[in-house]
Design a binder for this molecule. Structure first.
Ligand code: GBH
Length: 482
């Protein structure tokens, strides 16, 4: 605890410079297709689960959807040009499964979809930006949901393998960094447990989240295997998995709080990384979930073993974790027997708030998360694949445009979190790159357009015009070593 409190104090904004990082360290920005592309029914694209989920207005806070989003599908050149001008060397984007296989079945590739990503990738490379492609950022082809039950069916594993193979075959001559799945936890817990994300299932939260996670892990392994067997030798790229993890700081030095914090990390990272690095789900999960947690067969274990060339970490925030006795329910949060606290034992706030109620600004939590991954899993290669903070659209609305662009709090966030990354590298973590979330303001899932995470402001009321915020300008100076 003493330690944590010191960290809280020195977690304040630090000066940080490009030279605090290795020369070949990658700096990029990140987005996902459903959040920015729009063009819902153009280019032969099929519907995905978010297209359908957002038709029900109760699901999205401002009744919006991604039908047009920020129209990146038509404006990708302008967007990539701006990215290059700001000096970013890498771009993490995601490929829309339903643009490649409109019904998800993997029978016939939709050439128009392939052409869109070819154009995008070629243009990026022309501008000196390295593509980091995510295959799945939550937008399952709707037909795979309605016909087989999506991630609840083991059939999904083969369909994902076919889709991954089509992407490696079409783009792998140019894309050297692949992410199979973004944040399987969110799909499992919010898509198939709480029902607040597509496909909005909340009928059996005692079993289905764990099944959805299980199939995502196996799908990841299937894609990894296809790459290894058919593409790696020739294309020479790397394949990883992206996990989201809030740091869990023990609320006190009582053993039960420390164990609760450790358990919380097992339920976020261990759920996915233990099967990959150690061959099975964490013991803490098995103890609490029993047979609700699927079993990994010998074959599953073999496929999963070491099936990542790097670990992608999406990290935004930190909480104090204390032990609480809860009724022995199997629901994701109750079963962990823990409580998340926003203040320390001595009543100190964990950090300043961003707009989203879950997002507190706690730079030292990123350093701890990186060191934890490094130490627990034998120092894997890590990329920070998302990190950033949001502002409330309705608050910005009250200001003039030039004032909306003056996002000094976000500049402070990036300075603090980048300093934390550089400290983790000095501590020995093998961190190779950092991607800010997000390049553009965009469709923030169930929050619609009410939250803005962008480095670049998108004027939703005036033709979706793009305006770099102070944070984008700050980044461009940082990257140039100014
Ligand atoms: C990332 O998830 C996503 O990868 C990205 O697409 C998204 O835009 C970004 O976060 C910002 O949210 O409080 O019940 O409403 C990070 C994990 C998942 C954390 C959803 C916040 C909100 C759930 N996030 N969660 S709730």
């Amino acid at each position: 605890m003493e330690n944590a409190r010191n960290d809280v104090r020195d977690g304040a904004v630090k000066e940080i410079s490009r030279t605090d990082f290795p020369k070949d360290f990658v700096f990029g920005v990140a987005t996902s297709c459903y959040q920015i592309e729009g063009a819902r029914s153009e280019g032969g694209k099929g519907d995905n689960i978010w297209d359908v989920f957002s038709e029900n207005k109760d699901n999205i806070r401002d009744d919006s959807n991604g039908d047009v989003a920020v129209d990146h599908y038509h404006r990708f050149k302008e967007d990539i040009e701006l990215m290059a001008k700001l000096g970013f060397g890498a771009y993490r984007f995601s490929i829309s499964w339903a643009r490649i296989f409109p019904d998800g079945l993997g029978t016939k590739v939709n050439e128009e979809g392939v052409a869109f990503y070819n154009n995008l990738i070629n243009f990026m490379l022309e501008k000196g930006i390295q593509p980091y492609a995510t295959l799945y950022h939550w937008d399952l082809p709707y037909n795979l949901h309605s016909s087989i039950g999506g991630w609840l069916s083991d059939k999904i594993v083969d369909y994902f393998g076919m889709y991954a193979e089509a992407c490696f075959a079409s783009f792998g001559d140019r894309v050297k960094h692949w992410i199979t799945i973004n944040e399987p936890l969110q799909t499992a817990v919010n898509g198939y447990g709480a029902g607040i994300f597509a496909p909005g299932i909340c009928t059996d939260a005692t079993n289905e989240p764990y099944l959805a996670a299980h199939h995502q892990l196996l799908a990841h392994a299937a894609a990894y295997k296809v790459y290894e067997e058919k593409f790696k030798a020739r294309q020479g790229g790397e394949v990883g998995l992206v996990l989201d993890c809030e740091w869990a700081e023990a609320f006190s030095d009582k053993p039960e709080d420390e164990m609760a914090a450790a358990r919380r990390l097992d339920f976020q990272l261990g759920w996915y990384l233990d099967p990959i690095f150690f061959g099975d789900y964490p013991e803490t999960m098995r103890q609490r979930l029993g047979d609700h947690l699927p079993k990994l067969s010998e074959k599953d274990r073999e496929h999963l073993r070491n099936s990542v060339d790097f670990v992608g970490l999406n990290h935004y925030t930190t909480r104090f974790i204390s032990h609480v006795e809860t009724p022995r329910e199997i629901h994701f949060y109750q079963v962990q027997e823990m409580e998340r606290n926003e203040t320390s034992k001595s009543g100190e706030a964990i950090g300043d708030r961003a707009a989203s109620e879950w997002l507190f600004i706690v730079p030292w939590g990123l350093k701890k998360t990186l060191n934890y991954i490094s130490r627990k899993y034998n120092n894997p290669k890590i990329y920070v694949t998302e990190n950033g903070m949001d502002e409330e659209d309705s608050e910005l609305e009250k200001l003039q445009l030039h004032e909306r662009l003056n996002d000094t709090k976000r500049v402070g966030y990036f300075k603090g979190y980048l300093a934390a990354v550089s400290q983790a590298i000095k501590d020995g973590a093998d961190v190779r790159g950092y991607f800010a979330w997000s390049f553009l303001d965009n469709f923030e899932w169930a929050q619609g357009y009410t939250k803005r995470f962008g480095l670049v402001y998108v004027d939703y009321k005036n033709g979706l015009t793009r305006h770099p915020k102070a944070s984008a300008i700050w980044f461009s100076h940082f990257l140039k070593g100014e």
